[in-house]
Every structure is written in structure tokens, then in C-alpha cells.
Design a protein around this ligand. Structure first.
Ligand SMILES: Nc1ncnc2c1ncn2[C@@H]1O[C@H](COP(=O)(O)OP(=O)(O)OP(=O)(O)O)[C@@H](O)[C@H]1O
Ligand SMILES: [Mg+2]
Length: 377
């Protein structure tokens, strides 16, 4: 692959990239300077998600009018839809500073206590991947969210004492790709949950036009349309494809990104008409070819494609469901008739093609399924 010719230092700085906490680096893995430069910086600047924007505007303005801190906010949705960007915007809109950390970084309650005790009134504490927070830290968080205090246990055994510690009023912003696996008590302590959904092609096209402006790319509107359509409804993917198409335009053409150039480039990078990537196609292929269209449990499917169950569930599946290629049924995942067509096959009459499910072999069934379906932890 051609190296990205843009020098990240030429881009507007990611306002918060170097900001605040020592765990920042763990929060944004691989989030290059280029991506940081493309982040929208205000609610105004944020394209798409009109409902979430309107709701947030009300939450934030209401708090500002009362002169208090807004309720804790949970941002949920598949990867790359703008949760981190939105958390940063919330801090900016409130004129507060943002403290960044992530669920996996909060392994011990002490890690969280240190973070909380450093907060200044009005701060926004952003916990990415909040569903991966360790139990003891989570329990400490309950108290901090509700009463703005924590109990720090000092010592061990019978001599252990618990010292109450005040926490400055703050707003917690949590981000998660799977709100279903948040425990009930944690979920209940958020005053507002924003569900980020996949973007419409027209919205992605506007995002691409904005990114092209920032990166100095000559992007034809028809090319923007083409790239938007194949971006899996995801701004991060749209921006990534834009950079790859730009490489192609500069190496093999005159630098202008036209529709022809983007089609040729996307073919090189194996991005198909629907924008399915390799993993999406592998999952679909396994579902149809190895399991006769399903129903099959998601963990069985994950083993078949050699991926983590969580990746298949959080990264692949939401889009495949949204694209109408996969249906989630009580008995497992099922390929729709459109999925068979997408692979150039015809669904045999005994295949499900939708909601009707045939009897399945218990060995193919993932026992974790039922819990996941009912939403019970
Ligand atoms: N509404 C938007 N307008 C313009 N660009 C956007 C928008 N949403 C996201 N982006 C772009 O997509 C990239 C990814 O967004 P972000 O990191 O906020 O997603 P995320 O939901 O936090 O993803 P993850 O779950 O993987 O952490 C950003 O760097 C930004 O360039
Ligand atoms: Mg993020």
C-alpha cells in the first residue's frame, strides 16, 4: 500500500489528543493524527445523527441554563460512528475539560479512585468501552455517579478501613459498542443514552466532502457518492476509503478523485458494491456455505471465520443485519434471501431465508445465545 503522503503535522491538531490523563494513549489505539484532524469539533460541525444531536443539545443547554453539570451520558453504537468525537464535543460545548480513560484501563478500583479524585468541578470524565470495566471499579463508579463520593478501602483483612472521599460534581460520558452487556445498575445511573446509528449515504457524502476539504483532496461529488455508498454506513470507514482512493488518484491518475478513479481504487482494495469488507464476506460465506444459511450461534460462526465472538457480534453483525443480509432469530443467525443472492447463490427451499427457522442441530447452537437475546446478564 502506498504510504499516506499527508504529514499529520500539517493537519489541525486533535484538540484533545495530548490532553489530560496519563491513560490517554490507551483510549485511542491507532487513532492517528489524521483521524483526529478529521473529527468534528462542535455539535454544529457534526454531520448526521440528527436525533442524537437534538437530544444532546437539549441536555447540554438545560444544564447550562441551570448552571449545573448535566446528567451522565451514555453513547452506544457500533465502532466508528462518532462516539469518541461526540464525547469530545460534549466537553467543548460545556466549556469543560475532558478526562479520558477506558474500561480496560480501570482494572482496579484504585485506578478509578485516582482518576475521580483529580476531577475538578464540571469536568467531563470519558470512559471508553465502559462495558469492559472491572467489577470493583464499577461498584465504586455507582457511588461516584450518584453521590459524588467514593469509599477508598485502606489496608487488608480485619484492620482495613474505608475512607470516604468527596468527588467534585462531574459528568460521566460512557461509550460502548454493546450497551446490552452493561449491568443494570450501571445503565440506570445514566440520565441520557444516545443511540448512534449507521449513517445514510447522503450524510456520509457530506462527511467526505468535509474531510476532502480538510485534507486538500480534489473530490468529485459523484466520487463522493460512490465512496459514501460503500462505506458501511460508517464515517471512519468513509474517511479511510477516501485516503486510499486519494493514494490511487495520485499514483495512477492525475490526483483528481473522479467516479472512475474511485471505482478502480475500491476494486483494488476489495471493497464491494455494498461496502462489505473481508470479514463481513467471510461471515456471510460461512453462514451460507458451511451452515446452510443457519440458524447458527454467533460463537460457532466466529470460530468458523477465526475471529473473536465479540468482533463478529459488535463489528460485523450490526451492519449485516442493517443491510438486510442477516437476521437474528431466537435460535441463532440466519442468512436472508438477499445474502444468498449477494454471494451469487440461490437459497435452497429448505433454507430459512428469514424468520422461519428449521430445526437445528444442538451442537451448532451457542448456549450463550438465549441470554444475549433476552438481554439478561
Ligand atoms: N458525524 C461525523 N462527522 C464527521 N466525521 C465523523 C463523524 N463521526 C465520526 N467521524 C469520523 O470518524 C472517525 C471515527 O469517529 P470516532 O472515533 O468518534 O468513533 P467511535 O464511535 O468512537 O468509534 P470506536 O467505537 O471505534 O471508538 C473520526 O475520527 C472522525 O473523523
Ligand atoms: Mg471511540
Amino acid at each position: 500500500m502506498t504510504p499516506d503522503p499527508v504529514d499529520p503535522r500539517d493537519l489541525p491538531p486533535g484538540e484533545f489528543a495530548e490532553d489530560s490523563s496519563p491513560v490517554t494513549a490507551e483510549v485511542l489505539p491507532g487513532d492517528g493524527d489524521v483521524e483526529a484532524g478529521l473529527r468534528p469539533k462542535s455539535l454544529e460541525d457534526f454531520i448526521g445523527q440528527p436525533r442524537v444531536r437534538e437530544q444532546l443539545q437539549l441536555v447540554l443547554t438545560g444544564a447550562r441554563l441551570r448552571g449545573g453539570t448535566p446528567d451522565h451520558i451514555l453513547l452506544s453504537g457500533p465502532p466508528g460512528l462518532g462516539k469518541t468525537s461526540m464525547a469530545m464535543i460534549i466537553a467543548t460545548e460545556l466549556g469543560s475539560s475532558l478526562r479520558l480513560t477506558s474500561g480496560p484501563a480501570l482494572e482496579r478500583a484504585g485506578d478509578l479512585a485516582a482518576m475521580l479524585s483529580n476531577l475538578v468541578e464540571g469536568d467531563v470524565l470519558f470512559i471508553d468501552e465502559i462495558h469492559r470495566i472491572a467489577r470493583p471499579a464499577e461498584e465504586m463508579l455507582y457511588l461516584a455517579m450518584e453521590d459524588f463520593r467514593v469509599d477508598v478501602v485502606v489496608g487488608k483483612g480485619p484492620g482495613a478501613t474505608s475512607i470516604p472521599l468527596e468527588v467534585a460534581p462531574f459528568t460521566l460520558v460512557g461509550a460502548t459498542t454493546r450497551s446490552g452487556s452493561l449491568t443494570g445498575p450501571l445503565r440506570d445511573r445514566f440520565g441520557f443514552t444516545a443511540h448512534m446509528d449507521f449513517y445514510e449515504p447522503a450524510e456520509l457524502q457530506r462527511i467526505l466532502a468535509r474531510s476532502a476539504g480538510i485534507l486538500g483532496i480534489d473530490l468529485d461529488p459523484s466520487a463522493g457518492e460512490e465512496i459514501a455508498r460503500r462505506s458501511r454506513g460508517t464515517p471512519r470507514i468513509a474517511n479511510r476509503l477516501l485516503r486510499r482512493v486519494r493514494d490511487y488518484a495520485e499514483v495512477r491518475a492525475d490526483g483528481v478523485v473522479t467516479r472512475e478513479v474511485s471505482r478502480a481504487a475500491l476494486a483494488v482494495y476489495d471493497v464491494d458494491e455494498l461496502g462489505l469488507d473481508r470479514l463481513d464476506r467471510a461471515v456471510l460465506g460461512a453462514l451460507v456455505r458451511s451452515f446452510g444459511g443457519g440458524p447458527v450461534g454467533v460463537s460457532t460462526l466466529a470460530v468458523a471465520v477465526g475471529e473473536e465472538t465479540s468482533t463478529v457480534e459488535e463489528v460485523c453483525e450490526p451492519f449485516l443485519v442493517r443491510a438486510g443480509l442477516v437476521a437474528r432469530t431466537p435460535r441463532g443467525r440466519v442468512a436472508t434471501a438477499a445474502a444468498w443472492r449477494q454471494l451469487g447463490l440461490t437459497a435452497p427451499p429448505e433454507a430459512t431465508g428469514g424468520i422461519e427457522v428449521r430445526a437445528h442441530e444442538p451442537s451448532l447452537f451457542d448456549p450463550g445465545e438465549l441470554d444475549e437475546r433476552t438481554g439478561d446478564p
